[in-house]
Design a binder for this molecule. Structure first.
Ligand code: FES
Length: 102
């Protein structure tokens, strides 16, 4: 069941570790770009406290599907919007991997 008021929520971790790794700028640029593209009624960037995988950041979770991206960089914002948000294409190179996965 999907009961969120947006098509997707983009949860950007703003806790200490991710913030030191640059999540603040990513959040601001993502928010501005979504607004610029007139997408803010459907896609909502939100500041999250901690996604529980500190040190792999900046980390971003997409809901409702629950995709988790790690090591996110500013140059991936456009791909996130154009591919993941608008076309449901996962950015494989940024997907979370457990430490013992390749
Ligand atoms: S500080 Fe970002 S996941 Fe914990």
């Amino acid at each position: 069941m999907k009961n969120i008021p947006y098509k997707k929520h983009v949860l950007v971790c703003m806790n200490e570790t991710c913030k030191m790794q640059g999540s603040g700028k990513i959040y601001e640029k993502l928010k501005a770009r979504i607004k610029e593209l007139n997408l803010k009624q459907d896609y909502r960037p939100t500041q999250a406290i901690c996604l529980g995988i500190c040190g792999k950041g900046p980390n971003i979770a997409i809901w409702p599907e629950g995709t988790l991206y790690c090591g996110f960089t500013e140059d991936k914002i456009e791909d996130l919007i154009q591919k993941h948000l608008l076309r449901d294409e996962v950015l494989n190179e940024l997907l979370y991997k457990k430490d013992n996965e390749g």
